[in-house]
Design a protein around this ligand. Structure first.
Ligand code: ATP
Ligand code: MG
Ligand code: MG
Ligand code: MG
Length: 561
């Protein structure tokens, strides 16, 4: 490609709107332009990088026998209501009505669409396993779109969905995706680490995130300095507390009643006071809160100190607990369902129902079924894990907390969607069984930004070869005819050999050309000037380390790799 023709609006200065290096460089290197908050147009250079990453992702998905499909962006609200996520996703989803007044949303993810797709098609165990994937634009109306494509409102995701007959099958599919993800990130030239993750709004059991370590990352990851433990801090915290609970789908969402006494509460919960939870809410990111239920007479007069003493807490911990409790606004607080964690005593195990606050003011959920076993630890553990703390796995090492960018996330969903949405298959005995599912995402456009965060210097981007928009840039310097002719010949030659080559044929000063070539980060630069030509050489610079060497013209083709 000739740079004189390329739509490449580079910028000399850092744009005011960009705080992180990848965002600055993507704008400066003319890769993209903002359309609206969190929404971008990708220009030729940016789109080329995206396509490279997509190609690598495709290769490894195809190799693991996943099959590519393309699913609708515009999704009927009914499937989201069936899966009981219409309210759960809340304002993160762009919702609208069509001309016939039917409700739709723009897909923030595609579990529902896939489940809907297969529920009518997959009949027997013989039709499974299946893994369907796509590469497509997702729409999420993020509260704080920022850092450019790192947290966009419209972004490209590679998402895959595995469908199996049982959990052993799911384990296999999950492992295949885990392996494929490691290959994808490695081939993109990214150093990504896998960490244990929370399942959040997706629900399900096991989950791993793939993280690119970078100061600009919005996630915190805990690493043990003694064993191989690595987990998202959200996850590490719930592991430390020893409790992790999942809300089953068949709860009722109801308006919060005014309950003042324990007997009113007994009636309401249909649980005798003796069996009630002695549970407190954990405030995760200031949002998550569980109803406090205790055996005291007046709910408004719960004696915190007694409660704490009963649990043999030290004074310091008691203070901390009190602080947490005080941040619970009243009996039932607001809750963000994706971030719920609770701490409770063993009696909770026997509870048939619990009250959990809803993500809407004055509403909460009743009869939430709590899965998993619980263990109680000190209330001090309500805090999220911090650097220097003991590792929850080996209990020997210390935790080190680092910032990371979540570039991929894999989930064992289990039968949550298939049960809610009636996606069954017939087993060998002709009995209907719910399909066991997994879901796997890579943020393609976020990965572009993450790659830049990991590969840059004060001059600009340093693309890893595999995802560079071009591999070679030729810089003819000056107006010398011989330089022009020779540069053109080299350009044609290298192109014919299959290289992706840029030639800076613009009528610009050498300084401008040098700066732009470094800014856009092409891995290999060949500078051709009249002096070097006289000596029969060109100057080659590898952007990775900015090392310059001279290559003899005759050897040019064989030396480039
Ligand atoms: P985050 O925690 O950063 O909000 P998420 O956990 O909500 O991400 P997932 O639902 O796991 O995201 O989606 C799969 C992948 O899609 C993520 O691992 C990430 O790489 C990418 N992704 C998610 N949200 C965005 C976004 N707003 N902009 C760009 N990429 C995103
Ligand atoms: Mg998110
Ligand atoms: Mg996340
Ligand atoms: Mg995620």
């Amino acid at each position: 490609m000739r740079m004189s023709k390329l739509y490449l609006p580079t910028l000399k200065e850092d744009p005011a709107e960009a705080d992180v290096i990848s965002h600055q460089l993507m704008l400066r290197a003319g890769m993209m332009r903002k359309h609206a908050s969190g929404i971008y147009s990708y220009l030729p250079l940016g789109y080329k990088v995206i396509k490279k990453i997509e190609k690598i992702a495709r290769k490894h998905m195809d190799n693991s026998e996943a099959q590519e499909v393309l699913l609708p962006i515009m999704q009927d609200s009914q499937i989201w209501k069936d899966s009981k996520r219409w309210d759960k996703f809340g304002p993160l989803m762009i919702k609208f009505n069509d001309r016939k007044n039917r409700e739709f949303c723009l897909g923030p993810t595609h579990e529902e669409v896939v489940t809907d797709l297969v529920r009518d098609e997959v009949r027997s165990y013989k039709d499974l396993p299946l893994n369907l994937y796509q590469i497509q634009t997702k729409v999420r109306d993020e509260i704080r779109p920022r850092f450019g494509v790192m947290r966009g409102r419209e972004f490209i995701m590679k998402d895959a969905y595995s469908l199996d007959i049982d959990s052993a099958g799911l384990d296999k599919s999950y492992q295949a995706m885990y392996d494929a993800y490691e290959k994808i990130f490695a081939e993109c030239g990214l150093e990504a680490v896998s960490v244990e993750a929370d399942t959040g709004a997706m629900g399900g059991k096991d989950s791993h995130e793939f993280m690119v370590l970078a100061d600009s990352g919005e996630d915190e990851i805990a690493f043990c300095n003694d064993c191989n433990y690595a987990a998202n801090v959200e996850r590490a915290t719930s592991q430390k507390v020893g409790i992790d609970f999942e809300i089953e789908s068949d709860f009722e969402k109801i308006q919060t009643p005014q309950i003042k006494t324990i007997s009113e509460l007994e009636d309401y919960l249909e649980v005798p006071a003796a069996k009630m939870i002695k549970a407190v809410a954990m405030v995760a990111d200031g949002e998550a809160v569980l109803a406090l239920v205790s055996g005291e007479d007046e709910l408004n007069e719960i004696k915190l100190t007694n409660y704490l003493q009963a649990n043999e807490l030290r004074a310091a911990e008691a203070e901390e607990f009190e602080e947490l409790f005080n941040s619970v606004p009243g009996f039932i607080g607001p809750i963000n369902l994706t971030e719920v964690r609770i701490i409770a005593d063993q009696r909770l195990k026997n509870m048939s129902g619990a009250i959990v606050g809803a993500n809407e003011e004055d509403y909460h959920f009743k009869n939430v079924k709590v899965k998993r076993d619980f263990e109680v630890e000190a209330f001090a553990d309500l805090r999220s894990v911090k650097s220097g703390e003991r590792c929850p796995k080996c209990e020997k090492g210390k935790l080190d907390i680092k910032a990371g960018i979540e570039v991929g996330h894999i989930f064992k969903l289990g039968t949550k969607y298939s049960e809610n949405m009636d996606a069954n298959y017939l087993d060998e005995n002709g009995k209907a069984q719910p399909i066991v599912m997994g879901s796997y995402g890579i943020g393609i456009t976020r990965l572009v930004a993450a790659a830049i965060e990991q590969n840059n210097d004060q001059y600009g981007i340093k693309w890893p070869k595999a995802i560079a928009p071009y591999q070679i840039i030729i810089l003819p310097l000056g107006n010398d005819d011989e330089v022009q002719t020779k540069s053109e010949a080299i350009y044609q030659d290298l192109k014919a050999k299959g290289w992706e080559v840029l030639i800076d044929d613009r009528k610009e000063r050498a300084g401008v050309k040098f700066n732009d070539s470094e800014l856009i980060g092409i891995p290999l630069r060949l500078t051709i000037g009249s002096r070097s030509l006289k000596n029969g050489v060109v100057e080659a610079m590898t952007r990775e380390n900015n090392m310059k060497t001279e290559i003899e013209l005759e050897q040019l083709e064989t030396k480039i790799e």
